[in-house]
Ligand binder design. Structure first.
Ligand SMILES: Cc1ncc(COP(=O)(O)O)c(C=O)c1O
Length: 473
C-alpha cells in the first residue's frame, strides 16, 4: 500500500492499521464471550449506582488509549450487564443477537449510512424493501403488504395508529384534534402498554383507548368489542382503530383475528395486529394457523429483534396501503428534495424520524444465514421446550399453570401466596444461572419462563425447573 495513504491525518480518525489491531481484539473478545457466556451470571448483580460510581464524573479532556478503553469495558461495565444472549435468559421474551446479526451491526456501523432518502444510500432503501419482502413471504403475509423498519414495536404501533387516524379523513395532520369528536381505539385488556403510550403520544389520551375484556384464555372477546363500538358511537365517540395481538406479553394468548377483522369490516375500522413476538411463528408452516386473519389487517408489526435472532433494534411494520402512512407523515422541506422524485422510496416519509440506521443489513444477513427452514427449526424447538416445561409443571403437585402454551412461554406459579412466588423468583434469579420474570394473571402474581435464545437447550430449561423446585419457601 502507498505509505502516504496510511499516514494518519491529524486531527482525524483512528488510523486504519490501529483499527485493524483493536478490531481483531474486539472480534476475538466477542467470539470468546459467545463461547463462554455461561461463565457470566445472567442477571447483573450490581446495586443501583455501582457502575456510575466507577465512571469518572469529569469528561475526558485528553485522548485515552484504546487498550485502556477496552479494558475498562471489561472491568467496569461487564459486571453491570444482564446477559440477554445467555442461554439461561428466560425472562420477558428470550431473544438472541445471532452471529450474522452481530456482523451485520458491525458492517452497518462501518458504513454509517443514514438511509433517510433513497439517494443518501440507494442500497439501504432497496435492501430494506427487499429484505422486508422476504420476511413477508417467510411469515405468509399476502403480497399487498409493504414493509419498512422502525426501531421498536412501540414506534411501529404508533406509526400504524397515526395511519389509522389519517385514514379517517378527519385531517388531524393539518388541523389537530381540536373541535373533532373524541377518537377511540380498542385493544384487549392484555394488549401491550405500547398501545396506550401511542395514544398518549398522538394526543388521543389514555381515555382514547378502550380495553376490551378477554375470555378465559386471555383472548379479546369479539362480541364485547362489537358492543363497545356500538356503545361508544351512540355516546358520540369516533371509533377508528382496533389493535389485535398475536402473542400477548403476559401469556402469549392469540386474539381471534378473523372475528376481529369481521368487526373492523362491519364498522369500517383500521385493524392493526401487534405480532411483535408471535409473528415469528409464521415461518413454521404447521404453526401458521396462529396468524389466521392477519392477511386482512391494515397493518401488522413483527419484531425480528424478538424471536428472529436479529440484534435489537429491528421492528418490521407491514402496511396494506403505505400511501396512507406516507400521507400522515411526509413533509419534505426544500433541502430534502431530490431529482428522483416519486420514482423512488424515501423511507423518511414513513414515520416521525428523519434519520434512519441501516438496520436492513443485519436483517438481510440473518435471514440469509439461517434461511426460513433454519429459523423454523429453531422456533419449533423453542416451542417444544416450553411445552415440555409445561408438562413438568402440570405433573408436579403444589405447582399450577395459569395459561395455555401456544408459543414458547410458560406462565405458572407455586400454589400459595403471591409473596411466596416473589420470594422463589428472587432466589432463582440470584443463582446467576437463569433469569425468569413475572407477570400478574387475573390479579395473581405469576412466574414466566420464556424460551427464545438460540443457545437455550433442554438442559437449561431442566436446570431452571430444578432451581425452582429447590428454592426455599
Ligand atoms: C406484544 C408486544 N408488543 C409490543 C412490545 C413492545 O416492543 P418494543 O420493545 O419493540 O417496543 C412488546 C414488548 O415486549 C410486546 O410483548
Amino acid at each position: 500500500m502507498d505509505e502516504t495513504l496510511r499516514t494518519p491525518v491529524y486531527p482525524g480518525d483512528m488510523d486504519p492499521e490501529e483499527f485493524r489491531h483493536h478490531g481483531r481484539a474486539a472480534i476475538d473478545w466477542i467470539a470468546a464471550y459467545l463461547r463462554e457466556i455461561e461463565s457470566y451470571p445472567v442477571l447483573a448483580r450490581t446495586r443501583p449506582g455501582e457502575i456510575a460510581g466507577q465512571l469518572p464524573v469529569r469528561a475526558p479532556e485528553h485522548s485515552v488509549a484504546m487498550e485502556t478503553i477496552l479494558a475498562d469495558f471489561q472491568r467496569t461495565l461487564l459486571p453491570g450487564i444482564t446477559h440477554w444472549n445467555h442461554p439461561g435468559f428466560m425472562a420477558y421474551f428470550g431473544i438472541t443477537g445471532s452471529g450474522p446479526g452481530i456482523l451485520g451491526e458491525a458492517l452497518a456501523a462501518a458504513l454509517n449510512v443514514n438511509g433517510m432518502l433513497w439517494r443518501t444510500s440507494p442500497a439501504a432503501t432497496e435492501l430494506e424493501e427487499r429484505a422486508l419482502d422476504w420476511l413477508r413471504q417467510m411469515i405468509g403475509l399476502p403480497d399487498p403488504f409493504r414493509g419498512h423498519i422502525q426501531d421498536t414495536a412501540s414506534l411501529s404501533t404508533l406509526v400504524a395508529i397515526a395511519g389509522a387516524r389519517e385514514s379517517t379523513g378527519l385531517e388531524v395532520r393539518e388541523h389537530g384534534l381540536a373541535g373533532l369528536p373524541r377518537m377511540r381505539l380498542y385493544c384487549s385488556a392484555e394488549a401491550h402498554s405500547s398501545v396506550e403510550k401511542a395514544a398518549i403520544t398522538l394526543g388521543l389520551g389514555r381515555s382514547g383507548v378502550r380495553k376490551i375484556p378477554t375470555d378465559e384464555i386471555f383472548r379479546m372477546r369479539a362480541d364485547a368489542l362489537s358492543a363497545a363500538i356500538q356503545e361508544d358511537t351512540a355516546n358520540g365517540w369516533r371509533p377508528f382503530c382496533v389493535v389485535a395481538t398475536v402473542g400477548t406479553t403476559s401469556t402469549t394468548s392469540v386474539d381471534p383475528v378473523p372475528e376481529i377483522a369481521d368487526v373492523c369490516a362491519r364498522y369500517g375500522l383500521w385493524l392493526h395486529v401487534d405480532a411483535a413476538y408471535g409473528g415469528a411463528v409464521g415461518v413454521v408452516p404447521e404453526m401458521r394457523d396462529l396468524l389466521a386473519g392477519c392477511e386482512r389487517a391494515d397493518s401488522l408489526v413483527v419484531n425480528p429483534h424478538k424471536w428472529l435472532f436479529v440484534p435489537i433494534d429491528c421492528s418490521a411494520l407491514y402496511l396494506r396501503r403505505p400511501e396512507i402512512v406516507r400521507r400522515a407523515f411526509s413533509l419534505v422541506p426544500d433541502y430534502l428534495q431530490t431529482p428522483e422524485g416519486v420514482h423512488v422510496t424515501n423511507l423518511m416519509d414513513y414515520g416521525p424520524a428523519l434519520g434512519r440506521r441501516f438496520r436492513a443489513l443485519k436483517l438481510w444477513m440473518t435471514l440469509r444465514f439461517f434461511g426460513r427452514e433454519g429459523l423454523a427449526e429453531r422456533i419449533r424447538e423453542h416451542c417444544r421446550l416450553a411445552r415440555e416445561f409445561a408438562e413438568w409443571v402440570d405433573a408436579e403437585p403444589g405447582w399450577e399453570r395459569l395459561a395455555p402454551v401456544p408459543l414458547s412461554v410458560v406462565v405458572f406459579r407455586r400454589s400459595g401466596e403471591d409473596d411466596l412466588n416473589e420470594h422463589l423468583l428472587e432466589q432463582v434469579n440470584a443463582s446467576g444461572e437463569v433469569f425468569l420474570s413475572h407477570t400478574r394473571i387475573r390479579g395473581r402474581y405469576a412466574l414466566r419462563l420464556a424460551v427464545g435464545n438460540l443457545r437455550t437447550t433442554q438442559a437449561h430449561v431442566a436446570r431452571a425447573w430444578e432451581l425452582l423446585r429447590a428454592a426455599q419457601p
